[in-house]
Design a protein around this ligand. Structure first.
Ligand SMILES: Nc1ncnc2c1ncn2[C@@H]1O[C@H](COP(=O)(O)OP(=O)(O)O)[C@@H](O)[C@H]1O
Ligand SMILES: [Mg+2]
Length: 386
C-alpha cells in the first residue's frame, strides 16, 4: 500500500496542499520552505496511531501544542485538516481514505479536539465523527478512533500502516559509536543508533538475503566493495563488515567504524527499503554523500524498490540538492516542488507547472529545470553586485 494522495489545510507553513504521490517522491525546496514540515504530517499520523504511548493529544503536545501546528498564515479557517488516501499503486482509486480536522477549545483549558474524523473504505463512509455519542460526551472528541484498538477494528489496516511509517535521518557517528552514546535514544531511532541491533535481530535467512542485495546495489556507488557480512565480536556486539578489493589480500575485513559516512547511510537506507512495507521518510540524504553518489541515489532507490516483487516500500525523500535530480530516469511526476510565498508555501507536482513540463518534455532532467527555482532569491541579487 502507498499514500496516493495527501490533502492538507493549515498544517504548519502550508495553507492548502492537495497532491498525488507515487512510489518514489522527491520533495524539493529551498531551506525553510517546509520539507521537514511536509514529512512531519506522516510522522504525526504515526504518533497518533502508535499502540504504545501514542495518541492525538501526545502527538500535538510533542510538537509544542496546536499553536505551533496551525498555519500562521491562516485567517478564516483556523482548523487544521489532514486527509490521506491509500492505494495499492499510484493513479488508481484509493482503497482507503482517512481524514481528521483539529480545533482547539476557545475557552477553559483550550484543549485540542477533533472537529471531524472520517474513514472511507472504497466509496463507503465507514466512520463519521462526531457521532451521537461524541455529541453527548465532549471528552470523546479529544481522542481519535485511530489510536484506540477497540474502536479502529474496521480500519485496522490503516492504523498498522501509519504505525509503521519510518523516519530516517541517519547520523553515521551515532550508529558507529552507539555504545558510547548509550542511554539517549529516541523511541523510533531515526538517527540509527539501534541499526546494528536491528540487523542482528533479523532472521538469519532474511538478514543474509538483504545484505546480499545491499552489497550488489552498493557496488554501483562504491565499486571497490566486494562483500558485506554481519558478525558478532568476542563480547557479542553486532558488527557489519566489508571486504574491499583494493585491499592487500590478507588485510581482512573492515568494520563499520571504518566505513565512510556515505556508505553507512546508504546501507541503513537500503536495509530500511527492504525491511518494512509502510512509508519510508528520508531527510536530506545529500548531507553526507559525495556528488558522485548523490547523482546515483535516485537510481539506487529505484533498484532497491524493484528487489521486492510485492509490498514495495514507498519512499519520500526531502532534498535541497538538485544534483540528486539530474538523473534522467526521474519522472516529473515524482517531484514535488515547494515554493515559499507570502501566504505560505505551495506544493506542486513538477509536471503540473506548464513551463517545467515543456522543458521536461524537451529532454531536460528534473534537476535542470528545478534548480533555478530552489535557489534563494537573494543569491541572485548578490550576483547583481558582483
Ligand atoms: N505553524 C506554522 N505556520 C507558519 N510557518 C511555520 C509554522 N511552523 C513552522 N513554520 C515555518 O516553517 C519553516 C521551517 O520549515 P522546515 O520544514 O523546517 O523547512 P525545510 O525542512 O525545508 O528546511 C520555518 O520558516 C518556520 O518558521
Ligand atoms: Mg528540514
Amino acid at each position: 500500500m502507498i499514500v496516493s494522495r495527501v490533502i492538507l489545510k493549515n498544517w504548519r507553513n502550508f495553507r492548502n496542499v492537495n497532491v498525488p504521490l507515487r512510489e518514489r517522491m522527491f520533495i524539493v525546496g529551498p531551506n525553510a520552505s517546509g520539507k521537514s514540515n511536509f514529512l512531519d504530517v506522516f510522522r504525526f499520523l504515526r504518533d497518533i496511531a502508535k499502540p504504545e504511548g501514542g495518541g492525538l493529544q501526545k502527538a500535538i503536545r510533542d510538537r509544542g501544542g496546536i499553536s505551533k501546528l496551525r498555519c500562521l498564515f491562516a485567517r478564516r479557517y483556523p482548523q487544521i485538516e489532514i486527509e490521506v488516501q491509500l492505494a495499492d499503486t499510484p493513479d488508481v482509486e484509493p482503497e482507503w481514505r482517512y481524514a481528521i480536522g483539529i480545533r482547539q477549545e476557545v475557552r477553559g483549558n483550550r484543549q485540542p479536539y477533533l472537529s471531524h474524523e472520517k474513514v472511507w473504505k472504497g466509496d463507503e463512509l465507514i466512520l463519521n465523527r462526531p457521532d451521537e455519542q461524541d455529541k453527548k460526551d465532549f471528552e470523546r472528541q479529544t481522542q481519535t478512533h485511530l489510536e484506540q484498538i477497540n474502536a479502529n477494528e474496521s480500519f485496522r489496516d490503516i492504523a498498522r500502516f501509519f504505525e509503521s511509517v519510518t523516519y530516517l535521518h541517519l547520523v553515521p557517528q551515532l550508529l558507529r559509536y552507539a555504545d558510547a552514546f548509550q542511554g539517549k535514544r529516541l523511541e523510533d531511532d531515526p538517527f540509527g543508533q539501534g541499526f546494528l541491533e536491528k540487523v542482528a535481530k533479523a532472521q538469519v535467512g532474511a538478514q543474509k538475503s538483504r545484505l546480499h542485495k545491499i552489497e550488489e546495489a552498493l557496488r554501483i556507488a562504491v565499486p571497490q566493495l566486494k562483500q558485506l557480512r554481519f558478525e558478532r565480536d568476542e563480547t557479542g556486539h553486532p558488527h557489519l563488515e566489508a571486504l574491499h578489493e583494493h585491499w592487500r589480500p590478507n588485510a581482512g575485513w573492515q568494520r563499520e567504524d571504518q566505513f565512510s559516512d556515505g556508505t553507512l547511510r546508504l546501507i541503513a537506507l537500503f536495509w530500511s527499503l527492504l525491511e518494512g512495507d509502510s512509508l519510508l521518510l528520508l531527510e536530506e540524504p545529500e548531507l553526507s554523500l559525495n556528488v558522485g553518489i548523490i547523482n546515483k541515489l535516485a537510481e539506487l532507490i529505484y533498484q532497491m524498490q524493484r528487489q521486492r516483487k510485492q509490498r514495495r516500500r514507498q519512499i519520500l525523500v526531502s532534498t535541497h540538492s538538485p544534483d540528486m535530480l539530474t538523473d534522467k530516469g526521474i519522472d516529473g511526476r515524482e517531484t514535488l516542488l515547494l515554493t515559499p510565498r507570502k501566504e505560505g508555501t505551495t506544493v506542486e507536482v513538477a509536471t503540473d507547472i506548464t513551463e517545467l513540463r515543456d522543458l521536461l518534455e524537451a529532454g531536460l532532467s528534473v534537476g535542470d529545470v528545478v534548480l533555478p527555482r530552489t535557489r534563494p532569491q537573494n543569491i541572485e541579487q548578490l550576483g547583481l553586485f558582483s
